[in-house]
Design a protein around this ligand. Sequence first.
Ligand code: SF4
Length: 84
Amino acid sequence: MEKTPLEIARQRRREKIDRGEKIERLDPIEKSRRSPNSLRFAINAKCWDCCGGDTGGTVERIRNCPCGQFCPLWNLRPYQTKEK
Ligand code: SF4
């Protein structure tokens, strides 16, 4: 069975860890800065900024964002489903 892009990325990450390489963790705003043509990263960064950034609990606030129809990004916001 063919691996999904997420599975490939996770495998590469595991390989980096096994080689002892440092894993860089970027917040959504920095990810967007490094990939300025990515709409997904731009939306993620906007929601991250809107909900307080690195203040803690941001993922839950985005997931439970109450703005609904009042924000054009609402249907596209990240973290709508919990990771398994
Ligand atoms: S969807 Fe919610 S969290 Fe995202 S930008 Fe709109 S109001 Fe902010």
